[in-house]
Design a protein around this ligand. Structure first.
Ligand code: NAP
Length: 353
């Protein structure tokens, strides 16, 4: 039965891939084709994992009215369902979004904001713009001396080549570097919130495609040979290496903060707008998780008591998943961490400056 499922999924994905290529950049070299096939393979494995572990993919929402969560994005896709769950826990949820008014409207369409005991605050943030990250963090830090949960959720995938105003390739800038900076700036508030037995939590929303990523230190922006798939997997691997080294630092200073990294599943959202799968929407409806299901592991990492004290873990379908070989090598995690501090001119990580 499982074998049949595998054959059907792989067959359909290859079929979907072959009949498309209208919206996605066509691979131009053997290396790009290789990346493409790796994507299909990892994607198929991801779908199988989601089907196999569906019964484990659960989170219990319990009331925690005094806690504050900050999330990047959240106006659509997985993030919107994360916000819905956190509000159901009566938490105060601060959304960092590009358009605060429409974000409030989007949440209002699925949550009765006049009835919920949770509080919703929407603030302006473009996570791909370092100045915007700095001003968002400054404002939030002044308003909330304690932050219990930081969810680094916002992201893009397979976008055409673009440099941010700060000069970084957009996947690297949005998925990784902006969140690296935001975490650094809000660590004092996270430390202040964490207590023995009730850690403050950071959740980095990564992806299973970290497994096929590599960090191109010589050309981090991919200027020589840009391929969107490689840029996305690089940014998602970067989030994993960042998570591992940050947890090492947090353990060293014995703070009550833990950081975990999550693959939410293969989820039917707008993230796939530049992907071949847009041409076969029925496949997404059949095989992909709904955004509601996609939000479960993220919220699990943010609030579930069973992972208290288990930071540095990569979670998929609410259980531990396999990570890239580099993530098991502390020196490689530290190398990226220091590289990022150098880019951002951070001398002492986590001091909020
Ligand atoms: N869907 C999947 O299968 C899947 C699989 C693995 C990992 N993930 C990860 O899950 C996370 C959420 O993805 P999703 O599927 O929910 O995608 P989505 O539906 O496309 O939502 C992306 C979110 O990121 C926000 N965002 C993008 N660029 C931003 C920027 N510069 N500043 C602030 N916010 C920005 C978007 O806000 P705007 O409306 O302003 O654009 C939106 O809220 C991403 O990190 C993604 O890599 C998703």
């Amino acid at each position: 039965m499982l074998l049949l499922l595998v054959v059907v999924i792989v067959g359909l994905l290859i079929f979907g891939f072959l009949i498309t290529k209208t919206t996605k950049e066509v691979p131009k070299s053997w290396l790009e084709w290789k990346t493409e096939f790796k994507y299909q393979y990892i994607g198929a494995l991801g779908l199988i994992h989601d089907a196999q572990y569906a019964s484990r993919d659960r989170v219990t929402l319990y009331k925690q009215p005094d806690r504050i969560a900050v999330i990047t994005g959240g106006n659509r896709g997985i993030g919107l369902r994360i916000v819905e769950k956190l509000l159901a826990c009566d938490m105060t949820v601060v959304m960092g979004v590009r358009d605060p008014d429409s974000a409030k409207t989007a949440v209002g369409a699925i949550v009765d904001l006049t009835q919920t005991k949770g509080k919703l605050i929407c603030e302006q943030l473009d996570v791909g713009d370092l100045e915007s990250v700095r001003s968002f963090a400054k404002h939030i830090a002044q308003k909330y001396p304690k932050i219990d949960v930081l969810l680094n959720n916002a992201g893009i995938m397979f976008a055409p080549f673009k440099l941010s105003d700060d000069g970084y390739e957009s996947h690297f800038a949005i998925n990784y570097l902006g969140h690296f900076l935001l975490t650094h700036l809000l660590l004092p508030q996270l430390r202040a919130a964490g207590q023995k037995g009730k850690n403050a939590r950071i959740v980095n929303v990564s992806s299973c495609v970290n497994l096929i990523g590599s960090i191109n230190y010589k050309d981090i922006n991919g200027l020589d040979n840009y391929y969107p798939g490689a840029a996305y997997s690089q940014s998602k691997l970067a989030q994993i290496l960042f998570t591992r080294h940050l947890q090492t630092l947090l353990d060293r200073e014995q703070s009550h903060v833990q950081v975990n990294v999550v693959h939410p599943g293969i989820v039917d959202t707008d993230l796939f707008e530049h992907s071949a799968t847009t041409s076969v929407p029925f496949l997404k409806k059949i095989f992909f998780k709904t955004p509601e299901r996609g939000s479960r592991t993220v919220v699990y990492a943010a609030i579930d008591p069973s992972i208290e004290g288990r930071g540095g873990t990569y979670l998929s379908n609410c259980c531990k998943g396999p990570v890239h070989a580099s993530a098991k090598q502390p020196a490689k995690c530290e190398k990226l961490f220091n590289f990022s501090c150098d880019l951002l001119k951070i001398k002492e990580y986590g001091n909020g400056k």
